[in-house]
Design a protein around this ligand. Structure first.
Ligand code: GUN
Length: 318
């Protein structure tokens, strides 16, 4: 049907365009840069006062392509900010004991403030043993049970970098979380579990009612449709489709999967857990991939490292 040259089918496009205009990108690159600039200024100030810079040690086992990229990015960011960094590399067939001994060394090295062991680890090495071996005061990933326990109780601790980065993004864009229904897809120790706890806490970036969905959740589409805030952290490329998202939702995409793509020089393209093109027009805020949560993860790690440095100064480097 046409009325005054305006077809009804155009109405849908008009509505979509309206939402598209209302939709705002949560620019992780931009916010991460602001965080890094602030840290850089602090480091510069330390150095002018004759003090040493914070020092992060990164441990990389094997040659998983994605892990290589993440660790290289973390080391590069240290350089940008003015931190010291040490990269410790091991072959994929390393014995567990060797890695545990190295962590002991790093724990006891007075010049090192923060340690991260890039996950995943090869199957002969227990991630649990490795994480438990980290000195909690240097565990800037916030994976040690002591740090997780403190986080759960709302005590000062190192918050895992990706959840922390998400909170910083919500804070920067002044996104109201109080009273909202947050739906978290995924229950990993690194992202889903901690972010679900943090969003439910009585804090300025919390006070949500939180639902956690996982591989055994029934009616996942219906649950997602109730979410004012959706955090997709399943590691399943383009899992979250437009028909799972309510109009005006805030969508945080934590996914970063390498999907084979012959049209790309590298042979793969990076996909988030959200079908961005279809979902974005329905949202009020959405993170892109890349340039969203990934950038914030590194910025948050750098903040934790600075905090570890300050804590160690206060407590006499113990
Ligand atoms: N693997 C995937 N994400 C992370 C992270 O935040 N820290 C570490 N250490 N390993 C990871």
């Amino acid at each position: 049907m046409e009325k005054n040259g305006f077809e009804m089918k155009d109405f849908g496009k008009f509505i979509q365009a309206f939402y598209f205009c209302a939709m705002k990108i949560l620019d992780g690159k931009l916010v991460a840069q602001a965080v890094k600039d602030e840290l850089k200024a602090k480091v510069s100030d330390l150095k002018t006062r004759g003090m040493r810079a914070p020092h992060l040690a990164a441990v990389l086992v094997g040659n998983n392509g994605a892990s290589e990229t993440y660790v290289a990015s973390k080391v590069k960011t240290c350089e940008e900010i003015g931190y010291e960094s040490t990269l410790v590399r091991f072959d994929a067939d390393i014995e567990e004991k060797t890695l545990l001994n190295k962590i002991e060394d790093l724990n006891n090295n007075a010049g090192i403030d923060g340690i991260l062991v890039q996950l995943p680890l090869p199957k002969q090495v227990s991630e649990e043993k490795v994480i438990h071996k980290l000195k909690p005061q240097k565990d800037v990933d916030g994976f040690h049970p002591l740090n997780i326990g403190k986080m759960v109780q709302g005590l000062p601790s190192f918050i895992p970098a990706t959840p922390y980065g998400i909170l910083l993004l919500l804070e920067h864009y002044k996104i109201e979380t109080k009273g909202k229904h947050a739906v978290v897809l995924g229950r990993s120790n690194i992202v889903g579990r901690p972010v679900s706890i943090l969003l439910g806490q009585n804090t300025p970036t919390g006070n949500c009612t939180v639902t956690v969905c996982h591989s055994h959740t029934k009616n996942i589409r219906e649950i997602c449709l109730q979410g004012d805030i959706l955090v997709a952290a399943l590691g399943r490329p383009e899992f979250l489709k437009a028909d799972m998202v309510k109009d005006g939702a805030v969508v945080i995409d934590v996914g970063i999967s390498r999907v084979p793509d012959n049209s790309k020089k590298k042979g793969y393209s990076i996909k988030g857990d959200v079908q961005f093109d279809a979902v974005a027009p329905k949202t009020s805020f959405i993170t892109p991939v890349p340039g969203g949560v990934g950038a914030m993860t590194i910025a948050a790690l750098m903040k934790n490292t600075f905090q570890a440095y300050l804590n160690r100064l206060e407590t006499g480097n113990d």
